[in-house]
Design a protein around this ligand. Structure first.
Ligand SMILES: O=C(O)CCC(=O)C(=O)O
Length: 175
């Protein structure tokens, strides 16, 4: 079972973004809130230093995972910017699999993300394959896992040069 996704700012369809939810009901996408942009900037500044204050995310993908939901290994390549991704977890713990930039398999690192954890990844790790093999049911009081994924869409069209080695560790911290 896949997570259910709602987008803010831009709607993500596999392989592209649009301003309307074309594969759902054609409705205009809800505004991306400034507060999430601020949170993303603080996260990127904490992970990468002061140079990150120009971070300007434009889209949030909010995933809701039922207990059985999982997300296969993927690379986030549909943005036009190579700026970091910021992930915020609320609710049940999950196993987040953070892989390499070459393929869906090993080497990867399994990290337990808990409610309130922020995870930022950019630089040589920006195009690392990643996924959620499982949620740990009932590890939070209300069940299920909400997850918000922030990305910057509008910088240049250049892709990051992918590092041929295992990505450097990204930052995980709790708010
Ligand atoms: O839910 C997560 O922690 C990962 C979400 C994700 O990788 C995505 O939406 O592309």
């Amino acid at each position: 079972m896949s997570p259910r996704t709602v987008c803010l700012g831009w709607h993500w369809l596999p392989y592209r973004y649009s301003r309307t939810a074309d594969d759902v009901n054609g409705a205009a996408v809800a505004r991306f809130p400034n507060s999430l942009g601020d949170l993303g900037r603080r996260a990127v500044a904490a992970a990468y230093g002061d140079g990150a204050v120009s971070y300007e995310p434009h889209v949030a993908l909010i995933n809701f995972y039922e207990h059985e939901a999982h997300l296969g290994m993927r690379q986030d390549k549909d943005e036009r910017a190579n700026d970091p991704i910021v992930s915020l977890s609320i609710g049940d713990d999950c196993i987040f699999r953070f892989g390499n930039t070459d393929n869906r398999g090993r080497p990867y690192t399994d990290i337990t993300l808990r409610s309130g954890d922020l995870f930022a990844f950019g630089g040589p790790s920006r195009f690392a394959y990643h996924g959620v093999p499982r949620v740990l049911p009932n590890s939070a009081p209300r069940g299920g896992r909400h997850h918000t994924w922030l990305a910057q869409l509008n910088a240049s069209r250049h892709r990051a040069v992918l590092a041929p080695h295992k990505p450097r560790a990204a930052a995980v911290f709790t708010i």
